[in-house]
Design a protein around this ligand. Structure first.
Ligand code: SF4
Length: 320
């Protein structure tokens, strides 16, 4: 059974310049214990998709259509009080730069315990004990629970935030660029940690990143987003070895391949479109080297091209 099923999700933002369609008819699913990577350039709708799942949108944002089922429960039917009860237990998010959100005047243990007291109804003493166990879990010596955030390195702070996200044993954990502010060695440690915890606890995990290269080792499936839409999905092998969408192909070429020939990574010319007024047809057509007349007027439908691999591009014919 699917842990998460997102069907035809539309999340729009009301702005002074009009309606911004940040997520526009997006569908994906995830089974328990699986990891899905959501990848694409900034502003393509990755974070908005995550915030929609947790119903944590800012006041300008609205879910205009679609369905989100988490563990068989329709998330969009929850009242605000039901949502508060379910957050942290069903889904928790590690935000980009979350480590900077730690309160400098409270010890790390107190801050983790605060989340536990709020959601688990344990006494403060019990919660502090659990916070030490959680620090063990994220490979921070438990005696450091009495230390303040300024006594932690960047990597340790991010581990503490992961411990906090795990406080209520969530079924789904979402990492929104969880390693962006960290150097490459610490980044690898944090990703390995998340991977280990996901397997040990059979949690579902969504990892959001603009860096496709980090998903190969950590995810089972990848969904590539562009301009508010999913343009390609598949297993890690489908995406890395058999990418069919020109955007996915260009994203892959943006990162050096240590196993391939020496080559200077290529960028992608131009910028993602303004989602207040996206281009007609395929939204990638102004930047696509293969664009032809049909691409400028007709939006491509998502086609199955074998197994779990789907692509939305006119160049791709459906595999029957
Ligand atoms: Fe390029 Fe056309 Fe495919 Fe869009 S539909 S990715 S413009 S070839």
């Amino acid at each position: 059974m699917n842990l998460l099923e997102v069907r035809n999700l539309k999340t729009y933002f009301s702005t002074t310049k009009g309606m911004l369609k940040a997520v526009d008819d997006v569908s994906f699913r995830l089974e328990s214990g699986q990891a899905l990577g959501l990848v694409g350039e900034s502003g393509c709708g990755k974070t908005t998709s995550a915030l929609s799942i947790a119903r944590l949108l800012p006041k300008e944002g609205r879910i205009e259509g679609g369905e989100i089922f988490l563990d068989g429960h329709d998330v969009l039917l929850d009242s605000e009080s039901e949502l508060r009860k379910r957050r942290w237990r069903d889904v928790s998010i590690i935000f980009q730069g979350a480590m900077n959100a730690l309160n400098p005047v409270l010890t790390v243990g107190e801050q983790i315990a605060e989340a536990i007291v709020l959601h688990e109804r344990l006494s403060k003493e019990e919660a502090l004990k659990k916070s030490q166990e959680l620090l063990d879990l994220v490979e921070i010596p438990r005696e450091r629970y009495k230390r303040y955030p300024h006594e932690f390195s960047g990597g340790m702070k991010q581990r503490a935030m992961i411990a906090m996200a795990l406080a209520c044993d969530p079924k789904l954990i979402i990492g929104d660029e969880p390693t962006t502010a960290l150097d490459v060695m610490i980044q690898a440690q944090i990703l390995n940690l998340l991977e280990r915890l996901r397997r040990e606890r059979s949690m579902g995990m969504i990892l959001i990143t603009h860096d496709l290269s980090i998903l190969g080792e950590t995810c089972d499936h990848i969904a590539v987003m562009y301009a508010g839409k999913i343009v390609e999905t598949g297993t890690v092998t489908d995406i890395f070895e058999h990418a069919r969408h020109p955007y996915t192909d260009r994203l892959i070429r943006c990162f050096p391949n240590i196993h391939g020939k020496k080559a200077i990574p290529e960028g992608i010319e131009g910028y993602p479109p303004n989602l207040l007024d996206p281009p007609a047809g395929c939204r990638f057509h102004p930047r696509c080297e293969y664009a032809f007349d049909r691409c400028r007027v007709e939006e491509p439908v998502t086609r199955h091209v074998g197994g779990e691999h789907t692509v939305a591009c006119h160049l791709v014919e459906e595999t029957r």
